[in-house]
Unconditional design. Structure first.
Length: 310
């Protein structure tokens, strides 16, 4: 896999690992023999698909390279360095909250800032179209610049959707309006509901978790650093990602009824996103290969399921 499982951007290459030449930026955890390629576009981490002995070997090699670098910076057990053109993040012997804080809090905060920039651009666009000052500007050279920027923005956004669709990661039938996504809970379990222009999506089990994990970053648009840190604490107190998910998405957690995801408290949205991601990776690491393939395979099976329901 040489593209990001989350956004389909190219992950680049490294010269350090012949068995896994993927990723310009790599994170590795020698204690648990894990390697990730970090996406240059969305900054999310892609777990390597190497099997256990290969991973042990590759991690040991990365550690050798890393100890030989002179330019290193470390904060609370997590160190960053560069070997040739490859940037490395070494996860030392740290607790899960420290690791998760480093990995998720920064990214959720960054996404919130980007979300705010897009809102500001939209406001500026509305002012430009509807106010006298905007009308004045439209007759100057600025109009060409603004129109050009808007066209580029629309093309980029569309391209992103097109790439995800092409990679089989987002089926048209699954493309429910993020604002419509809701979790329905009754005594026997939960389902995910969503609406799109021509119908309804209803999913349960692994397919529901997968779609929720894909939609949450779009619905939540990031989180303040304090919110992300609180979310990590909540997961830790619950005993880990899976107990957190089991307890939260249940009759005794959110409660029986229909819960629109966009209306959930910010801490809950951040905690669900982190816990779903962690649970998915842990399943992949335990060698449940179905979980690794989930991103690619289940889009098709989900579409079949949707057709059956509809
Ligand atoms: Zn990405």
């Amino acid at each position: 896999v040489s593209t990001c499982i989350h956004c389909d951007a190219k992950l680049g290459e490294n010269q350090l690992l012949p068995e896994y030449p993927v990723g310009k930026r790599l994170a590795f955890d020698p204690g648990n023999a894990r390697i990730w390629a970090i996406c240059p576009r969305c900054e999310r981490w892609n777990l390597s698909h190497l099997d256990e002995p290969e991973r042990q070997h590759a991690v040991a090699r990365l550690d050798q390279y890393f100890s030989a670098t002179s330019h290193k910076a470390a904060i609370s057990g997590i160190a960053v360095g560069e070997v040739g053109k490859t940037k490395l993040v070494r996860i030392g012997d740290v607790s899960w909250p420290t690791f998760a804080g480093w990995r998720y809090a920064h990214r959720l905060h960054g996404r919130r800032i980007r979300g705010n920039v897009i809102s500001a651009m939209f406001t500026a666009f509305v002012l430009y179209i509807y106010t006298p000052l905007g009308a004045h500007l439209r007759y100057s050279w600025i109009s060409d610049v603004v129109t050009g920027a808007i066209v580029i923005w629309i093309i980029t956004t569309y391209r992103q959707f097109h790439l995800l669709k092409k990679a089989g990661k987002l089926q048209v039938a699954e493309n429910a309006t993020p604002q419509s996504i809701a979790i329905s809970i009754d005594e026997s379990g939960w389902r995910l509901f969503g609406q799109h222009a021509w119908g309804e999506v209803q999913l349960d089990g692994a397919a529901a978790k997968r779609l929720l994990a894909m939609q949450l970053p779009i619905i939540a648009q990031g989180a303040k650093r304090e919110v992300a840190e609180q979310a990590i604490e909540v997961i830790q107190r619950a005993g880990g990602p899976t107990p957190y998910l089991d307890r939260t998405i249940s009759a005794s957690g959110l409660g029986v009824g229909l819960h629109r995801v966009a209306s959930l408290p910010a801490v809950t949205m951040a905690a669900l996103e982190i816990a779903l991601n962690e649970e998915h990776e842990r399943a992949a690491l335990r060698g449940e290969l179905a979980a690794v393939g989930l991103e690619h395979v289940s889009a098709r099976s989900v579409a079949a399921e949707v057709r059956q329901l509809g």
